[in-house]
Design a protein around this ligand. Structure first.
Ligand SMILES: [Zn+2]
Ligand SMILES: [Zn+2]
Length: 767
């Protein structure tokens, strides 16, 4: 018997369907080994040697893999075809070799689509684990671990406890913060758009301009824009520039000065890469990058699309043959170019770059997607449809337009300072739809057929005051585009870069666009001041390049990490001596209810470790604070049905939902309850019990695997409990004096965590 190991149960189920009884398929359910959670796990003095630990929740999975491995002749490692998958395969091999004393044969099978032919082909022609790819993954893991471990404590000391920094994430945060500052500093400029509605036929002047972009255009008429005044560029910036010009329009004579006709071609775009898929899904479907990757992962595991982490736009010859056959059969030979379109690949990682993201079964339409796997739903179908269309369109001919430009000369009836105004109109008519057959074509703009020298007639005019706009805030699409352009991040990391800075509370979303929070701005400014080199876009891009070089076998990973770490570590030492940074407060304009009448204190919003709260601008002289309770509008607690659903911040900034009646009702969840959702006391008790059991199991596994760590944890917990008991005792004895003393002793540090930091709520936040 042969054993095939993959990382996901869905993939395992799919593979079982393709392989005969000589193969057993097991899933590792993700990584089974990683750097430890409780210590740095990197030996800086010994070439950054990492110490990996078996994940506690994988004990059962590993036992199952070991059992299957003992019975197997060959173990086929069939994890995903990229650095992460290569590393998982390597870790699995390592763990299983420790158990199976006699040497087993391990091979690596790589396939980029989970279809029967691709899987069988890969299993019949296995390779070995590519250590260059594994090393590139290790280097990324180690360097990110070092940054996190060394910078986070500095942020705790200098800004606020609980903050953390990431190598690439901090640079992405910097982009969002810079954009926010650009918007703040932006001063809009006024400009005017001057348009005239003209007709080929002599018609009575009529109201044509209804409202912005809405017209009531009669047949044979069109709209032209003023572009020149007295044969010089006309760019009006104030009303005065416009008044005289529009005054002459109703009585001017209009002559066609120039007619320009040309054919314009519009080609389809190459098939999707990870970056362009995330951009299109965000723009067209409103999906976040994370959501797109989750849906794509499931489509891939069900065998419906090729591997979705790729920066290649290439297509295999089989794929091209498949799609060309389909195009010829479905749309006719007129839609089939003489030879296949070839897209140039810009990716330098040839050994990793496989194909673009495309569908595997051209005849399967999006309607059928939800039936193809138990987890697939309407959202998957929409993403699949996007991928299908882009793939098919990429091998179809260009759309052809007839484009016409008219230049019109307007001359005033009487002689004034204005001798002439030049107007321009552009029309375009789709002559052949080509690839646009698969998309709703944009509307034609029709111009009447006119010749040079003829006269056209005035209908109406319009002068619109406009202002230049600040650059828009980034959304998923524009941020991923910019990250890719700057060379920061890779197909496997774009989505996580975004979700990490969101989860940490460094950015919020406003109508799907990222807004840097006061905490995010403070962290970014602090890092930029004290780690300027490491926050440089070019530097981060160069580091990514180095990781690619490791993957190509051109560089050794400990050397790359060393070159990064030595100067970085020095900066950490310097930053430890820096001044504290203040998170700016938000003004509310309200006066402080405690001291506003006498001392003119104002209510300000501060960001604490557990979220925002109201405080007095005169702190610490005035100790007014009030919690800001954010609730889910219209929702009631699913458990008790009485309390409001309150949004709270957990320790790491990621929000969770809890009952407003806490501690009487202890309902809490990471997920926002659906409208009308209820949960019975029995089910809740059952969930609590299971959670407790899982915790106990984890602890038992830990005690067995890492006895010292478990003992240290136990000792720490006992110490904390004893300390709490003493505090309680003291508090009970001095209830009357405590309050006054606290007011005097408070420092900004403990104020920032005060409103939410009662022991019970901390407990909730830990969940
Ligand atoms: Zn006050
Ligand atoms: Zn409740």
């Amino acid at each position: 018997m042969n054993l095939v190991i993959v990382e996901s149960p869905t993939k395992a189920r799919k593979l079982k369907g393709y392989l005969d009884t000589g193969y057993k398929v097991e899933a590792s359910v993700g990584h089974i080994r990683d750097l430890p959670k409780t210590s740095i796990g990197v030996d800086i003095e010994q070439d950054f040697k990492p110490t990996y630990e078996v994940s506690l929740d994988k004990i059962r999975v590993i036992a199952q893999l070991e059992k299957a491995a003992r019975l197997a002749e060959t173990i086929i490692l069939a994890t995903d075809p990229d650095r992460e998958g290569e590393a998982i395969a390597w870790h699995i091999k390592h763990v299983l070799t420790q158990d199976t004393k006699k040497t087993k044969k391990f091979v690596r099978a790589k396939f980029y689509e989970i279809t029967k032919s691709a899987v069988l082909e890969a299993i019949e022609h296995p390779t070995t684990i590519n250590m260059d790819l594994v090393d590139a993954q290790q280097a990324r893991r180690v360097v990110d671990r070092l940054v996190g471990y060394e910078v986070s404590p500095v942020l705790w000391k200098k800004i606020r406890r609980g903050l953390s920094a990431g190598r690439v994430q901090s640079v992405a945060l910097r982009m969002i913060v810079e954009r926010e500052r650009e918007i703040e500093a932006f001063e809009p400029d006024e400009y005017w758009e001057v348009d005239v509605a003209l007709s080929a036929k002599q018609l009575k002047a009529a109201k044509v301009f209804l409202e912005e972009n809405k017209f009531n255009l009669p047949d044979q008429s069109f709209i032209a824009r003023a572009i020149q005044l007295n044969q010089k560029k006309y760019e009006p910036t104030k009303k005065d520039d416009v008044t005289d010009v529009i005054g002459l329009f109703p009585h001017a004579s209009y002559t066609i000065q120039e007619v320009e006709k040309k054919e314009r071609k519009r080609s389809s775009l190459p098939p999707f890469t990870t970056s362009t898929l995330q951009q299109a899904a965000a723009n067209r479907l409103g999906y976040s990058s994370k959501q797109t990757m989750r849906l794509a992962q499931q489509l891939y595991e069900e065998g419906l699309i090729t591997y979705h982490r790729t920066d290649s736009v290439g297509l295999s010859s089989q794929a091209i043959e498949m799609v060309r056959k389909y195009i010829g059969k479905t749309y006719g030979d007129g839609y089939l170019p003489a030879s296949p379109r070839v897209f140039a690949n810009t990716s330098k990682n040839a050994q990793e770059a496989h194909e673009a993201i495309r569908v595997t079964h051209i005849n399967l339409d999006s309607q059928a997607v939800p039936g193809e796997g138990p987890k697939l739903a309407a959202q998957h179908a929409k993403l699949y449809d996007l991928i299908w269309r882009r793939f098919v369109a990429s091998q179809m001919p260009a759309a052809v337009y007839d484009q016409t430009s008219l230049t019109i000369k307007a001359q005033p009836a009487r002689k004034t300072q204005i001798e002439s105004v030049t107007l321009k109109a552009t029309g375009s008519v789709l002559k052949f739809d080509g690839w646009m057959k698969l998309f709703t074509a944009s509307d034609d703009i029709l111009l009447p057929d006119l010749e040079k020298g003829v006269t056209v007639h005035y209908l109406d005019h319009n002068a619109a005051q406009k202002f230049t706009q600040p650059p828009p805030r980034y959304n998923d699409a524009s941020l991923v585009k910019e990250l890719e352009k700057k060379g920061i991040g890779r197909p496997s990391t774009y989505a996580s870069i975004i979700s990490v800075i969101e989860d940490r509370g460094y950015v919020n979303r406003d109508a799907k666009r990222f807004v840097a929070t006061p905490v995010g701005m403070t962290v970014s400014d602090f890092l930029l001041k004290h780690f300027p080199d490491f926050m440089e876009y070019e530097f981060t891009a160069e580091m990514e390049e180095d990781l690619d070089r490791i993957a190509r076998g051109e560089k050794e990973w400990p050397k790359v990490v060393d070159a990064f770490y030595r100067p970085f570590h020095k900066k950490v030492g310097l930053a430890e001596k820096a001044d504290r940074a203040q998170i700016p407060v938000e003004k509310t304009g309200e006066k402080c209810p405690k001291c506003g009448d006498t001392e003119k204190g104002e209510v300000v919003i501060r960001s604490g470790r557990f979220g925002k709260f109201k405080s007095c601008s005169r702190y610490p002289e005035c100790d007014f604070t009030e919690n800001i309770v954010e609730t889910v509008a219209g929702a009631k607690c699913p458990l008790c049905g009485e309390g409001e659903v309150i949004i709270r911040n957990s320790r790491w900034g990621k929000p969770f939902y809890g009952c407003g009646r806490y501690p009487e009702c202890n309902w809490a969840s990471w997920r926002q309850p659906k409208p009308g959702e209820t949960i019975t006391k029995t089910v809740w008790a059952e969930m609590q019990k299971k959670r407790e059991e899982r915790k106990k199991k984890r602890e038992a596994a830990e005690a067995k695997l890492y006895p010292e760590r478990a003992a240290a944890k136990l000792a720490a917990a006992e110490k904390a409990a004893a300390k709490k008991a003493v505090v309680k005792e003291k508090a009970a004895a001095k209830t009357t004096t405590v309050k006054k003393k606290l007011t005097k002793k408070k420092s900004p540090k403990n104020l920032s965590s005060k409103p939410h930091s009662t022991a019970s709520q901390r407990d909730l936040a830990k969940r």
